[in-house]
Write a protein that binds this ligand. Structure first.
Ligand SMILES: [Zn+2]
Length: 406
């Protein structure tokens, strides 16, 4: 790669949380223009200037260096309007810009990929962790191997590594606090390890929060100021984007939605407490119920199969689908009553259930929350599981680069 170009491009100033170079995001205007562009999609210079609230001279001062550095490209001219005038060329993020390395750390494996600034995924790799009593050195080795393979595919040096962690994290220390299903990862200072090993800035966040960041940059939350992401599967989690800010809580402790209470004296949860939302709205619950009502192969039940079984008229399937949707809806209703995000992107297992599952959840939420005029609650289905997490992980780095106020 071109060293001089890289230096003037998105140079990193420290291996810690800050990825910012004065060259790229030195001005608030620049951040605002790039955010506006991201939210709108390909847009002409004139339109971008108008919508970002900057004048023509400012927009040229911002856009030209980014074109020179191949961060942005100009598309084919759009036909001029009836009144004549120069044909406008829409600006968008260049596929030649330096990519971001996205990583998903799960209890049993690591996944990595490259993500372009336009949200295209490539160079996907994964590496399992040893099943039998893994040591942290084994885990580190697997992460190194996987990351090195992905980075080797990059034509230009990546801007940084963003990690979605399927467990509790300390976003300030860039460390894993605890992963219930993989205690070997507890206390793992992954951010430091990645920076030391690969010389790239690295950022970590909780998996559901990364999903929301991915939605905000590349998905259904693009351009929105307030919404929530809810993930269900083996575990349950979520994240909130409120008034233009990702709500993390102290050191990233917020968003443990799975462990909010929905049932006093309910079932025991993986966290050791009773009655958490996670005990009634995850796959563990669904499998137990499927077994109880005699559904075939209850251990292989998930939303997609449940929807198919209900469609085929399997005994009890329609009722189970409705109860599962209601259990997911219960926690969403609480969230709606507490902070009213009004727009929810559903992730994880329920994505497989498609529109039928989303509609069932929406119906129950609406029944559980008093209606108010102008307070329409809507739902969208997120990307498929790994893709959503990897885009989100990359989005963490992007947010930092664009000085997006998360
Ligand atoms: Zn719990």
């Amino acid at each position: 790669m071109d060293e001089e170009d890289a230096a003037s491009d998105l140079k990193t100033v420290s291996p810690g949380r800050s990825l910012l170079s004065s060259a790229m995001v030195g001005s608030a205007n620049r951040g605002r223009v790039l955010q506006t562009l991201f939210d709108l999609g390909p847009t002409s210079r004139a339109e971008l200037a108008r919508l970002a609230g900057v004048n023509r001279t400012t927009i040229s001062g911002i856009v030209q260096p980014l074109l020179d550095q191949q961060v942005l490209v100009e598309g084919k001219p759009i036909r001029p309007s009836e009144s004549g005038g120069k044909p406008a060329r829409p600006l968008w993020f260049s596929p030649e810009a330096r990519p971001i390395c996205g990583m998903l750390l799960m209890p049993d494996a690591v996944h990595t990929c490259l993500v372009t600034l336009a949200g295209t995924i490539s160079a996907e790799e994964s590496e399992p962790f040893p099943v039998e009593r893994p040591r942290i050195a084994d885990v580190e080795r697997a992460i190194e191997l996987c990351t090195a393979r992905t980075l080797a595919a990059a034509r230009r040096e990546p801007l940084g590594i963003g990690v979605a962690v399927g467990g509790m994290v300390d976003t300030d220390r860039r460390a894993v606090i605890a992963v219930n299903l993989a205690p070997v990862l507890n206390g793992f200072e992954l951010g430091d390890m990645l920076t030391r090993r690969f010389g790239l800035p690295a950022l970590l966040d909780h998996h559901p929060r990364a999903l929301l960041v991915g939605d905000r940059w590349f998905g259904k939350g693009r351009g929105l100021q307030t919404f929530a992401a809810v993930y269900t599967g083996e575990v349950l989690g979520g994240a909130l984007y409120l008034g233009g800010h990702l709500y993390r809580g102290q050191s990233g402790a917020g968003g443990e939605l799975g462990h909010t209470f929905v049932q006093v004296d309910g079932d025991i949860c993986s966290c050791g407490r009773r009655g958490c939302w996670e005990t009634i709205a995850t796959l563990g619950w669904l499998r137990r119920q499927a077994r109880e009502i005699g559904i075939d192969a209850p251990d292989d039940i998930h939303s997609r199969r449940l929807v198919e079984l209900a469609r085929d008229g399997a005994p009890g399937a329609e009722d189970l689908l409705d109860r599962y949707a209601r259990n997911v809806a219960v926690g969403i209703a609480n969230l709606q009553q507490t902070v009213a995000p009004n727009f929810y992107v559903l992730h994880g297992d329920v994505v497989g259930g498609g529109e039928i599952m989303a509609k069932a959840i929406a119906r129950h939420v609406r029944a559980l929350v008093p209606s108010r005029s102008g307070g329409e609650i809507s739902f969208a289905i997120g990307e498929t599981e790994d893709r959503a997490a990897l885009l989100g992980a990359a989005g963490l780095v992007l947010s930092e680069l664009l000085q997006f106020p998360l």
